[in-house]
Design a protein around this ligand. Structure first.
Ligand code: PNS
Length: 163
């Protein structure tokens, strides 16, 4: 049984994330999506809220579970006996940071390999930060995030819910 971990901040989960997670679910028997704490970012959603949104948005993928962790990803992988970390790569600009994290994680846990999955071209521009910016400024985010979480995001900005 091959297990992979898909870590991230997921603040909030976007259609780009869902695309990577669903492709990972085809490559591995079991996938754990884990909402981590990124100390460099001040999240809009609490860790519990991010888990709840992820659960809703990945409910259609039977071999995908959602979890949260506050600590080192390398330790989480060890705890779960996972040897693969899956990360999405959008553009060259992601690469240096992701490369650095992959090398650090392997140093901290030599049995873990990071596998990069390239984004679908239609999601190349997409990020959680962009979604928050558009939502905060009154724009339409329905093309960027799963429809089942649109209202949760709008609510954070005091906007009226869509039907
Ligand atoms: O979605 P993000 O914010 O790019 O994800 C980054 C994340 C959360 C995967 C990364 O910051 C992380 O793994 N944080 C946990 C702490 C840790 O292990 N830091 C060292 C990684 S090199």
């Amino acid at each position: 049984m091959k297990l992979a971990i898909c870590p991230g901040s997921f603040d909030p989960v976007t259609l780009g994330h869902i695309n990577i997670i669903s492709r990972a679910s085809k490559m591995f028997d079991r996938v754990i999506v884990v909402a981590m704490v990124n100390k460099d970012k001040q999240p809009l959603f609490s860790q519990e809220e991010r888990v709840e949104l992820l659960k809703r948005a990945t409910a259609f993928l039977p071999n995908v579970e959602v979890d949260s962790f506050d600590g080192l990803l390398a330790d989480y992988a060890r705890e779960k006996n996972a040897t693969v970390i899956v990360k999405g790569l959008r553009a060259l600009s992601d690469f240096e940071y992701e490369f650095q994290m992959a090398l650090t994680n392997r140093k901290l846990n030599p049995s873990v390999e990071t596998v990069f999955v390239t984004t679908n071209a239609e999601y190349m521009y997409l990020s959680s930060s962009l979604v928050k910016q558009v939502a905060g400024l009154g724009g339409d985010i329905s093309e960027f995030v799963p429809s089942c979480i649109v209202n949760d995001i709008l609510k954070k900005y005091g906007r009226n819910e869509t039907k």
